[in-house]
Design a protein around this ligand. Sequence first.
Ligand code: ZN
Length: 771
Amino acid sequence: MNKINYYLAAVLFMFATVMVQAQEQEQTERQAGHTNQSKFRQMYQEFSTPNAYRSASGAPGPAYYQQQANYKMDIELDDKDSKIYGEETITYINNSPDDLEFLWVQLDQNVREKGNKSALRNSSALQGAVPVGQFAGAHMKGAEFDGGFKIQHVKGSNGKDLPYTINQTMMRVDLPTALKSQDQISFSIKWWYNIPDHTVSRARSGYESFPKDGNKAYVIAQFFPRMAVYSDVEGWQNHQFWGSGEFALPFGDYEVNITVPADHVLDGTGELQNRKEVFSKDMMKRYEKAVKSFDKPVVIVTQKEAEAAEKGFSKDKKTWKFIAKNVRDYGFATSRKFIWDMQNVKLPSGKTAMAVSLYPKEGNPLWEEYSTKAVAHTLRSYSSHTFDYPYPKAISVHAKQQGMEYPMICWNYGRPNEDGSYADRTKYGMISVIIHEVGHNFFPMIVNSDERQWGWMDEGLDTFMQYMAEQEFGEEFPEAIAPNAKYPSQRGEPAKIVPYMAGDQNFMTPIMSNPENVFQLGSNAYGKPATALNILRETVMGKELFDHAFKTYSHRWMFKHPTPEDFFRTMEDASAVDLDYFWRGWFYTTDYVDMGVKEVKKYQVSNNPPKQIRDVMEQRNLKLSDLPPLVFLADMDGDDYDANLKGKNPSDVSKTLKEYMMDNLTAAERAAVKEPKFFYEVTFNKPGGIPMPLIVEYSYADGSKENVTYPAEVWRMSDKEIKKVISSQKELVGIVVDPKAETADIDTSNNSWPAKEVKSGFDKFKGNVKQ
Ligand SMILES: [Zn+2]
């Protein structure tokens, strides 16, 4: 062949094969406009610039610092009138490089003071039917509850009053001279407040009344003025407490004395210092037994003893003394109704921690059966995925309608019917909430993110961990769940988030939103990030890479204050997986996943040029002999289809291929070649905005199946459509995209070839407006 012909042929060849790429290129450029809109561009615009406090790797930087707040508190409960009194001395250590002219202290109880603006900033509407409790709460108000802190004084260590200004839930304490960097200050606050009935006010803390026996059970938290966080990221985190965005708190050491009626049973954050003073001899003996019991709980206060105590109403007082090291908060529970059990738990490293439960008889028989078991399981499961639980104990307290977490202690719902019967739903709800709230010890009590700003950083990570712990609970205690069943997790499975992600975009915000500004906090901050992390682990990164990176994040930020970027960066830093597209799609947008198979073209090898090529040859006046050696492929749905060639070896059809093989392969190599007889060009499309791995199951005429996962980067050159060529010895008869529902694909009606009649998930949920 002469050089000119070879050139022409090369042009022709290019014409046929490069068309696809050209189209893709054009499409990408059209989408891109003048700025880079690729979904695979790096997150430089969204992420802040790394600095000496926080490294680009996602680890704390060389100049990382955090403040410390130590508390000494004397607390007294007035059970009769449901009031709580306290005096606290805060020692605040300024580790920051800045001098501070004032300090911000959080007064969370003020969300319940008369005139608080929290309710005023919400819009409200009337509907034809309103749940009765909601109606009564909104319209049948008696005297307004007199909640909120009554601050009696704020004094410096010299006993002189310090000036302060209260702005709703924040109190600014003005200092006579600025608190210098690396210096510390002690000051004290005296206060009291009326404790709310949490079953009425839906507060995170308060009491429940039991009219039958005249007792109350208290779960007490956010009960003392608490230091706000000062950090390199926010300066003072003094964003008001409006009710949804939870808490941001510095670490410190606590010394807390709590005085309650002498017949109360009490437990709280920290190690009990005067056990012999507050325990009876029997309780001491049982406690010593519990410390040695690793397989089941030992009852410290029996139901019989608790029922007897309910009738007492002692006028005497008892003081319970605790010390807690390196915690970010304090909570306690107290009542004469409490039954108490505990067991010891061996953690992965061999260290131990006590699993503890407090519950009134109204929680039984469910609570004596499952609470401490669930606490112990959670400590083991979470420790194995992060770090060994570093505190001496974890307490689960039964409280109606509650699910709330504090260091070493949490409140959990799950109440049987009055006759002691209970639905499976109640049992699973109770086990799940205990796993979740005990799990919060890890995120955010120890890996101490800013809940006020980023609800998902603790709720999402914890809900993800909860899903793994629930599944493991089902394996550890098969007798607790239905035979041959998996634990019925409510969140974490990809399919469970589809209704939310397919919902009305007008009522959706990205995960990276402040919790006060999102429509459905449960789906936004719990379900969606948990599902995203589950998909990341199972489908995108794989367990080995994910688990190592997640552990790295947990260790790097244990007892520190991480930001979202510290998490995103560490997950990449420790795995070498570029996840910018994933963070952008799942966390920074309200896009959803929808991928499908659009078209399948079948080709056969032929000895003659198909029409498309013949046309170009004619235009350019080329003969077959002018072309370089080519293998021709004919569209089996077009005019060039030749039924006689079906199922033949390509080398028996194409002379050029035969010659090529004779010239280039040895006889042995030729004998080893498995010639494909079927050729397909498959077009996959992606109506959804989030790029995800394309998981495909190919089915063949002989009944065999092949699964291929194309990495998410398959979409990097073309966000809407890509093509894949399949050559096979077997006839392809079916294609299913995401066959095991691993990606939260919201519309599966386009996931099969040949197309199947499937009810579209999108239609099902479209128009389903939620708030
Ligand atoms: Zn939570």
